[in-house]
Design a protein around this ligand. Structure first.
Ligand SMILES: CC(C)(COP(=O)(O)OP(=O)(O)OC[C@H]1O[C@@H](n2cnc3c(N)ncnc32)[C@H](O)[C@@H]1OP(=O)(O)O)[C@@H](O)C(=O)NCCC(=O)NCCS
Length: 141
């Protein structure tokens, strides 16, 4: 199997591909604009995974690099799924020196909880202590 090259260099990212996936194929960000994707990338710690120079995996962490992080927009292009690439990327994220010692790393998922459980994520231990302001259709308005 060809090995995945992982980079945190934003300039290496295939932003048109990330924008296309999120705005057209994701289950959470359909309709998102290119300018919002650009701003999110610019202000996150981003991870890209590349096979033979082509970016096939993406994830970003919104973080203060000290106490807290939010893992967002993780995806593998459909034709590259089931080959361990998401697991490789997630292990790299969890082992990254800039993300060590966080008190809490959270994420939201509707279909991939079983995937994240393999890497130590659980449902919130005390859901009654978590609150949110949530506008799931904001990109469609
Ligand atoms: C979820 C996703 C990132 C997994 O990518 P992938 O490259 O296929 O995952 P991997 O091949 O690295 O899988 C690693 C392990 O997780 C398991 N797994 C993968 N997707 C899973 C899912 N949706 N639910 C439960 N387990 C899953 C695999 O079976 C594998 O298990 P193993 O190590 O015991 O063999 C990918 O399917 C995807 O991009 N989905 C659409 C976007 C999405 O839902 N992103 C998450 C939003 S929060």
């Amino acid at each position: 199997m060809t090995s995945l090259k992982i980079s945190t260099d934003r300039t290496e990212l295939d932003v048109p591909m990330i924008y296309r996936f999120l705005s057209e194929q994701s289950t959470w960000a359909v309709g998102i604009s290119r300018s919002v994707v650009d701003r999110a990338i610019e202000n996150s710690m981003c991870f890209g995974g590349f096979i033979d120079g082509r970016q096939v995996v993406f994830a970003r962490v919104v973080t203060d690099y000290a106490t807290f992080g939010y893992l967002a927009d993780m995806f593998v292009l459909p034709e590259y799924r089931g080959r361990g690439y998401a697991g490789e990327l997630l292990k790299t994220i969890l082992a990254h020196p800039s993300l060590m010692g966080l008190r809490r790393l959270i994420l939201a998922t509707s279909g991939a909880a079983g995937f994240y459980e393999k890497y130590g994520f659980t449902a919130p231990q005390r859901p009654e202590t978590l609150m949110e302001r949530y506008f799931p259709n904001i990109y469609l308005s």
